[in-house]
Design a protein around this ligand. Structure first.
Ligand SMILES: NC(=O)c1ccc[n+]([C@@H]2O[C@H](COP(=O)([O-])OP(=O)(O)OC[C@H]3O[C@@H](n4cnc5c(N)ncnc54)[C@H](O)[C@@H]3O)[C@@H](O)[C@H]2O)c1
Length: 266
């Protein structure tokens, strides 16, 4: 006789689906990372928000606690090996396990052709977007292997498959995330650990809008290339992330899920 399952559409079921799980989310201070952290907490996970900036993390933790969720934070630069190692092992020691790792911290610089690209900016992008993802997996995977379970979700970008001019180094960094994701999925799948990647399209965050006082027109320009006629909201990316870290995607491994509204870049 099949095991009875709760109705996934019921609020009670949804709220507790990640109950008892510890989720580390990098880049949780703003944008997509914050939306993911909030949604995983709504679904019952204990969230450890990680960012290089402290202020938005305290705000995140207060807001999760005010909604009845459970959260803590750590201020870490994901490009620095020692602090990432400390952060990952402290998360495990303080909270008992490490069930979910979402690597969302990422950076971009203003669009520039390769012929004019600042060399230090290249190193900066690679340091956060590639080395940061590598380091977090480097220190989290041994814990998950030891537990015999765990889920990693790397946040890549649509630009890794639909590259456009002037975003070469950023797109290259995200293509590297795809390679790290696939290799890790092959390596740790046999130990019960899944590794996947979410490729967001243009999303309404500081990365696209720029500072509050800048009027770049980037949002309208991106929206004009999307068949759905708009950029995505961080909460819409978070829904896809929830699918990929929960048991709903139990057979999804080594995958790259494109959530870009059908963006029309060649
Ligand atoms: N917004 C988009 O259109 C879009 C599209 C595709 C992919 N992405 C990816 O989604 C992820 C989140 O981006 P976002 O749009 O929410 O941007 P965002 O700027 O709102 O958030 C990025 C967060 O990462 C943090 N961060 C940056 N460098 C860090 C470091 N070295 N250590 C720790 N934290 C660091 C920032 O402080 C910030 O809170 C990034 O990986 C980005 O590349 C974004």
């Amino acid at each position: 006789m099949p095991t009875p399952r709760p109705d996934p559409s019921s609020q009670d079921y949804a709220r507790g689906e990640l109950h008892g799980q510890v989720a580390v989310v990098t880049g949780a201070g703003s944008g997509i990372g914050r939306a993911i952290a909030e949604l995983l907490a709504v679904h019952g996970a204990h969230v450890v928000g990680v960012d290089r900036r402290k202020e938005p993390l305290t705000d995140l933790v207060e807001s999760i606690a005010a909604s009845g969720g459970s959260a803590a934070f750590m201020t870490v630069d994901v490009a620095e090996a020692e602090s990432v190692e400390r952060c990952i092992s402290a998360s495990r020691e303080n909270h008992g396990s490490l069930d979910i790792l979402v690597n969302c911290a990422g950076v971009i610089v203003p669009p520039t052709p390769i012929a004019e690209f600042d060399v230090r900016s290249f190193d900066y992008i690679m340091g956060v977007n590639v080395k940061g993802v590598f380091l977090c997996m480097r220190y989290a995977l041994p814990i998950m292997i030891n537990q015999g379970r765990g889920v990693v979700l790397n946040i890549g970008s649509v630009t890794s498959v639909k590259t456009m001019a002037d975003l070469g180094p950023y797109a290259a960094s995200k293509r590297a995330v795809t390679a790290l994701t696939r290799a890790a999925a092959l390596e740790v799948g046999p130990q019960g650990v899944r590794v996947n990647e979410l490729l967001p399209g243009p999303t309404l965050t500081r990365m696209v809008t720029g500072p509050a006082d800048a009027q770049t027109g980037a949002v309208a320009s991106f929206a004009s290339k999307v068949p759905l006629g708009r950029v995505s909201l961080p909460a819409e990316q978070a829904e896809a992330a929830f699918f990929l870290v929960s048991a709903r995607s139990a057979y999804v491994n080594g995958a790259s899920l494109l959530v870009d509204g059908g963006l029309a870049w060649a």
